[in-house]
Design a protein around this ligand. Sequence first.
Ligand SMILES: [Cu+2]
Length: 278
Amino acid sequence: MKLLKYISFFAATILFSCSSNDDTPIQINETKDLILVQEIQNEAHSITIFTEDGKLEQGYNKIYFQIKDEEDFISNAEVSWTPVMHMEAMSHSGPHSEINKKAGTETLYEGYIIFQMAQNNTEYWELDFNYSVAGQEHSAKDIIEVIPTERNRVSVFTGSDGVRYIAALIEPQAPKVAVNDISAAIFRMENMMSFPMVNSYTLKLDPRMPSMGNHSSPNNEDLFQAGLDDFYHGKLSLTMSGYWKINLQLLNEAGEVLKGEEVTETNESSSIYFEIEF
Ligand SMILES: [Cu+2]
């Protein structure tokens, strides 16, 4: 009789935990490959921010978030965001995408931000959200942590045309000994808060291994906008693992070099580059 009681207790427990799981299947499914970065709250909602590795770093960051009230996920918000770096002498933003709902999900919003600088002891980034839910305007903001990267994934420079540019490496995220797909985004700095994407340029690449006589690799292809998206796409050939310096030259639509130098016997590296180590 006692045994039967135990069994029915277990059965009830299992039944209960199954039905309580059913209340939150969306959360479990839609963020299961992501890691929580931070939660930002206001009077009505909490915004939970995720990335693939749980970090925000200098350079390109693909970012996901959910908005929820006390009970439920908000799946139909119109959202915009602005990253702002508060520096000692001034504040500025960085290149950032619009926000879209991730295809095939109910609760996940997605976008990207390029942090052209990391935080330091006295200067920090803040992320501001503005959004509307059923015609009601809301905002939320908080300080975020933007850590420096060991290798250079973003380059900020002034072109021979006097324009300030930002070039950010997007992929490869996991480089291999192979011909890798490489992509990058290029922006110009219109002012401290506005960074439109630059179109119809060329980003020439010349990957080198400085530790091994500065050797290059065959079958690289320069980066162009291929028409699939606004990013620049090319091929990056890595013939062995280790540290590679990806020397760059930025050319405008007329083919004029705006920044960067060819690598030669006497010139070991370009003044603009990305770095990869794997
Ligand atoms: Cu800054």
